[in-house]
Design a protein around this ligand. Structure first.
Ligand code: ADP
Ligand code: MG
Length: 230
């Protein structure tokens, strides 16, 4: 039963794998090691929304606004014409640590004022690593709660653990409605590795868990649906 709108990810070849897109209001964690395309994934998601006139917020804990705009542009996504629909927020991890409640209240105010439809938080790794276990749960669940309150659909990114199979602390996939793993698959140490995307979890959606190869080019991410990895 289709009971909700599905939001396109804006990534070629991906929507069909996850049953048409991301269900409205869901929070999906995209995780992988550095260079697997997590930031690029978030940019596609935001750009797709902007093209559809949806208000969007990109919260960055890694890169400053100029770097984000430049990265997007290098993939053919010019965000500048969408100034009035996009808010890029540079979040200082130290501030979050000092005053979680203040930061989440401020963010929720922005979400409500804008009537935001799409949110990206890139990446939660620094925040996760600076907190102890209890604080980490609290911080991530607080962020999840304000996203839920806003009604927006969200992509949260995080680093994977050493095995590459889970997020570093195993919390994000537990707390999210969906989880997508961006993997680096090495067949042979001297050969170029293959990038592969695995849908680990997508609440209430029937999906395959078979890893699907993807590429990053000057047009961003393209998922090669139906292709075999080797
Ligand atoms: N024009 C391009 N063509 C091919 N690959 C690219 C291009 N631009 C960036 N990349 C690849 O994408 C990676 C950056 O992706 P990014 O989304 O920043 O990854 P992450 O956020 O997971 O670290 C780079 O490390 C590089 O391998
Ligand atoms: Mg990144």
């Amino acid at each position: 039963m289709i009971y909700k709108a599905m939001l396109s990810t804006g990534i070629e070849g991906l929507d069909s794998i996850i049953g048409g897109g991301i269900p409205e209001g869901h929070t999906v964690v995209v995780y992988g090691s550095y260079g697997t395309g997590k930031t690029t994934f978030g940019l596609h998601f935001i750009y797709e929304g902007l093209k559809n006139n949806e208000k969007s917020v990109f919260i960055s804990l890694d890169e400053d606004e100029d770097s984000i705009l430049e990265s997007a542009k290098s993939f053919g996504m010019d965000l500048e014409p969408f100034n009035d629909k996009l808010e890029i927020i540079r979040l200082d991890v130290v501030m979050v640590k000092e005053s979680l409640e203040k930061v989440t209240n401020e963010l929720l105010n922005v979400f409500k004022r804008m009537n935001v439809r799409r949110i990206v938080i890139d990446s939660l790794s620094i925040l996760e690593s600076l907190f102890d276990e209890k604080e980490r749960w609290l911080a991530i669940s607080s962020l999840r709660d304000i996203i839920k309150q806003s009604g927006a659909t969200a992509i949260l990114t995080s680093e994977s653990d050493k095995s590459g199979e889970s997020t570093k602390y195993g919390i994000m996939e537990y707390m999210s409605d969906g989880a997508i793993n961006l993997k680096i698959i090495r067949k042979h140490p001297l050969e170029e590795p293959v990038l592969a995307l695995e849908v680990v979890k997508m609440r209430r959606i029937r999906h395959s868990r078979k890893p699907v190869p993807y590429m990053i080019t000057d047009r961003g991410i393209t998922v090669m649906e139906g292709a075999e990895i080797f």
